[in-house]
Design a protein around this ligand. Structure first.
Ligand code: HEM
Length: 292
């Protein structure tokens, strides 16, 4: 994370996660700004408007989702580890299907342009297409000279692929319910089968552009990345799209054969609860306790 003016690099601007700092558009995300004076002066001045006090500074928004998982339906449909891994984009051990090296998280999908290793619709490829992780920086003497003379891309937002970074979230999932091994998951469920799922939280400075964008444009869209009739294999509710198009397919491109197309993918995850919270910074907490 960087708090100063965004610049090229594989770094995320602080303002994408914390309120009161510049984001990757070089702007300040909307947040509550108060007039100066009185108890409001417990708050720091807004960086972009010295006449205002920033209630948001160092705070963020927290999204909570309770996600009920039908683990039995998942394994009964996927049957094999190959298909389960294709749904996620990683093996059960966590290795990405697109492997770039020893670091399990240091990869892009540039090495898999046809989606033959990691399907275009896999959960991690939808959740973070990664095509903006490594914006081009000048390499070599001529490119560096051109950049010094002011040609080429000058700023973060001139880099069109950086759009992926504008949608990043900081996330953590905490599972509930007892583990269920894949081999046991295909056996008939006992009558008192306990619920299993994930309590998902994420932090972001702009819920609409980050969490909700992921949900709508990347997970729910049946046309994501040139696909047709699909939705996120883990999160999709499989309801028909706005024009009645189906959303329950999943295509796996293959290098040596025609694409394999699964249809009738069931709904595996149901949203059972959720909330949006404002997570105040310390000065906002002091302000709230003083003004109560
Ligand atoms: C029950 C529901 C879910 C399951 C089982 C699930 C599962 C997974 C798994 C196994 C991974 C790969 C490991 C990792 O990178 O941590 C992953 C990655 C990810 N998921 Fe989910 N997820 C769920 C819900 C969500 C939701 C609701 C969101 C956001 C709105 C989300 C966003 C992401 C992101 C951003 C990544 C990282 C992608 C990357 O940077 O490569 N997931 N998820």
């Amino acid at each position: 994370l960087r708090g100063d003016k965004p610049a090229y690099g594989n770094l995320i601007a602080l303002g994408e996660v914390l309120l009161g700092y510049r984001n990757e558009y070089d702007r300040y995300t909307d947040r509550p700004l108060l007039s100066s004076g009185g108890v409001n002066d417990l708050l720091p001045p807004a960086e972009d408007d010295a006449s205002k006090r920033d209630l948001g500074r160092n705070g963020t928004y927290l999204v909570l989702r309770d996600l009920l998982q039908d683990v039995r339906a998942f394994w009964s449909f996927a049957k094999t580890e190959t298909i389960a891994s294709a749904f996620v984009g990683r093996t059960p051990k966590g290795d990405p299907l697109v492997q770039a090296g020893t670091d399990q998280n240091d990869f892009t999908f540039a090495q898999d342009p046809d989606g033959t290793r990691c399907p275009f619709g896999a959960h991690i490829r939808r959740a973070n297409p990664r095509n903006g992780d490594f914006p081009s920086v000048p390499t070599g003497p001529i490119a560096t000279l051109l950049a010094m003379l002011g040609f080429g891309k000058q700023r973060f937002h001139d880099d069109i692929t950086s759009s992926v970074r504008f949608h990043r979230i900081v996330r953590r999932g905490r599972e509930y319910g007892p583990p269920l091994a894949s081999a046991d998951a295909t056996l008939p469920a006992p009558p008192d089968d306990p619920a299993r799922g994930l309590r998902f939280v994420c932090l972001n400075a702009n819920i609409g552009r980050q969490f909700e964008f992921l949900q709508s444009a990347w997970f729910a869209s049946s046309k994501f990345n040139g696909l047709a009739g699909e939705s996120d294999p883990l999160l999709g509710n499989r309801e028909p799209g706005p024009n009645g198009e189906s959303t329950d397919a999943f295509v796996m491109n293959r290098a040596d054969a025609a694409p394999a197309r699964l249809t009738g993918v069931p709904q595996f995850v149901t949203v059972t609860g959720g909330a949006y919270f404002f997570l105040p910074g310390l000065s906002a907490l002091r302000y709230i306790s003083q003004s109560a």
